[in-house]
Write a protein that binds this ligand. Structure first.
Ligand SMILES: Nc1ncnc2c1ncn2[C@@H]1O[C@H](COP(=O)(O)OP(=O)(O)OP(=O)(O)O)[C@@H](O)[C@H]1O
Ligand SMILES: [Mg+2]
Length: 402
C-alpha cells in the first residue's frame, strides 16, 4: 500500500520547469497533477485540482512569486507550498517562508532533499486526504499483485484475468491488469479485447505520460477490469525497459486500487521489476514434479532479493487432477504452507477462455470462480461488495453451464 503525492508546479522558465518536471517524473510516489508557466494563472489551476503540494519557483519574477505564495497561503491553506530558487538569496527565502511556504529547496534540486521535503509536507498535511474535487475521501491506496508461474501453462493468465475481473466487481475498487508476458501473453484473448494501445505505446511516450494519456491507454472490459496488453509486434517487447515499467506501475498505482500483473515465465528484468514493486506475489504451482521443483528453485532466487520472498504466497492450481503427489508432500518440499487451492475444472476454464469471457460473467457459480472469489476476499482482507449484481446474475442465468 502506497501514498501518492499529487504535485503542481509553477515556473515561467521553460528550462528550469522542464528540469524540475524530469526530477518529479522520476519519483514513483509523485503524480504530476499540473504544470503552469504563469504565476497569474496558478491559483485558478490548482483551485480545481487541489494538489497535495504546490511547488513555486521564485526565480523568473521574485516579487510575483512571493505575492503568489502569500495568496495561496490565504486562499488554499490546506495546500502546502514548496518554494524553490537557484539564487540563494537569503532575503527572498526568508520572505517566501514568512509568506507561508513550508519548505525551501535550492535549484538544481537534489532528489534526496526533494523526497525528504515532500515527506515532511505529507506529515503536516491537515485533516485527511482531498480528492480532485476538493472533497475529503479515503486515502489513496493500491494493492499490486504479481502472478508468477512455476512452469508454462500452470494457470497464471487464468488466475490473473479472473482475479482481476473479480476484484473489479467490488463497488469500491478500480482494477487493472498489465500483461507482462511481453512476447506471448494472451490476457487480451482471455478478455476478448482489441486494445487501441499497448504497453509499447505507453513505453514510447513515457516522458509525456500524464493521467489522461494513461487512462486512454487502458481498455476497459465489461467486467470493469481495465487492461494494458503486451505489445502487438513481438519485436516491440524489447522497447519496454525496467524504468518504463517502474514508472507505469507507479502511475497506475495512483489511479487504480488493484493492479494485477501477469508475468512471463522467463524471469526477465521487467518481471524482476514487477516482483520488486508488487505488494503480494502469487506463485502458481501444480502438484507435479517440474512445478514443485521450480517453486523451490524460484524461492531460492527470490530470497536473494531483499524483501521479495516475504511477499510470496503459494497458490496451488488444478487441485483434484490426477497426481501421486500429496498436498503434505508438496508443502514439505516447498518448505512453505499452501496459501490457496484452486480446483481442477477444465470445462468452464476452456470455454470461458475460448469465448473471451472471465468466469465471473460466463460461469459465476463454477468451483474455480468460487475459489477465486474467496482468494480475492483473502487478499483484500474483507468481503467484496459487487457493484453490478444484477448484470452478473443475468449473465449467470443466461450462460452458466453449472
Ligand atoms: N483450475 C483449472 N482447472 C482446469 N483447467 C485450468 C485451470 N486453470 C487453468 N486451466 C487451463 O490450463 C491451461 C493453461 O492456463 P493459463 O493459460 O492460464 O496458464 P499460463 O500459466 O498463463 O500459461 P502460459 O505459460 O502459456 O502463460 C488453459 O487451457 C486453462 O484453461
Ligand atoms: Mg499466460
Amino acid at each position: 500500500m502506497r501514498d501518492v503525492q499529487r504535485v503542481a508546479i509553477v515556473d515561467p522558465s521553460d528550462a528550469t520547469r522542464e528540469a524540475l518536471r524530469n526530477v518529479l517524473l522520476g519519483v514513483e510516489s509523485i503524480w504530476l497533477e499540473a504544470e503552469c508557466a504563469r504565476y497569474e494563472f496558478f491559483l485558478e489551476v490548482i483551485s480545481q485540482s487541489v494538489p497535495d503540494v504546490a511547488v513555486v519557483s521564485l526565480d523568473s519574477d521574485q516579487a510575483k512569486a512571493l505575492q503568489l505564495i502569500a495568496q495561496l497561503t490565504s486562499d488554499l491553506p490546506e495546500v502546502p507550498i514548496l518554494a524553490i530558487s537557484a539564487r540563494g538569496d537569503g532575503q527572498a527565502i526568508l520572505q517566501a517562508l514568512r509568506n507561508g511556504a513550508r519548505e525551501f529547496l535550492t535549484v538544481p534540486i537534489v532528489l534526496e532533499d526533494l523526497l525528504k521535503a515532500l515527506q515532511r509536507l505529507q506529515r503536516v498535511r491537515p485533516g485527511g486526504e482531498k480528492g480532485s474535487n476538493g472533497e475529503s475521501q479515503a486515502k489513496v491506496e493500491s494493492l499490486v499483485i504479481a502472478v508468477l508461474g512455476s512452469r508454462g501453462g500452470v494457470g497464471c493468465t487464468s488466475l490473473a484475468v479472473n482475479l482481476g475481473a473479480t476484484l473489479a466487481q467490488d463497488a469500491h475498487h478500480t482494477a487493472a491488469l498489465i500483461d507482462l508476458d511481453l512476447a506471448l501473453g494472451d490476457a487480451d484473448v482471455a478478455l476478448d479485447l482489441m486494445a487501441d494501445y499497448t504497453l509499447a505505446d505507453v513505453a514510447l511516450n513515457i516522458d509525456r505520460l500524464d493521467l489522461q494519456f494513461l487512462r486512454r491507454s487502458l481498455s476497459k472490459h465489461e467486467s470493469g477490469l481495465s487492461l494494458l496488453p503486451h505489445p502487438v509486434q513481438m519485436e516491440d517487447a524489447s522497447l519496454i525497459r525496467e524504468d518504463h515499467l517502474q514508472r507505469v506501475i507507479g502511475l497506475l498505482r495512483a489511479s487504480y486500487t488493484h493492479l494485477v500483473l501477469d508475468l512471463s515465465k522467463s524471469f526477465s528484468p521487467t518481471d524482476a521489476t514487477a516482483l520488486r514493486m508488487a505488494d503480494l506475489i502469487l506463485l502458481v504451482a501444480q502438484l507435479d514434479l517440474t512445478s514443485l521443483r521450480n517453486v523451490v528453485r524460484m524461492m531460492a532466487t527470490l530470497t536473494a532479493t531483499d524483501g521479495v520472498a516475504d511477499k510470496v504466497q503459494i497458490v496451488l492450481n488444478r487441485v483434484g487432477s490426477e497426481t501421486d503427489i500429496s498436498l503434505t508432500k508438496a508443502e514439505e518440499t516447498i518448505g512453505k504452507p499452501i496459501y490457496w487451492q484452486i480446483p481442477n475444472e477444465p470445462k468452464p476454464l476452456m470455454e470461458s477462455r475460448n469465448l473471451g469471457k472471465p468466469l465471473l460473467l460466463y460461469a459465476p457459480k463454477c468451483k474455480v470462480q468460487q475459489s477465486i472469489a474467496g482468494l480475492a476476499e483473502a487478499v483484500c482482507g474483507r468481503q467484496l461488495q459487487p457493484a453490478a449484481k444484477e448484470k452478473s446474475n443475468r449473465w449467470g442465468t443466461l450462460f452458466s453451464r453449472r
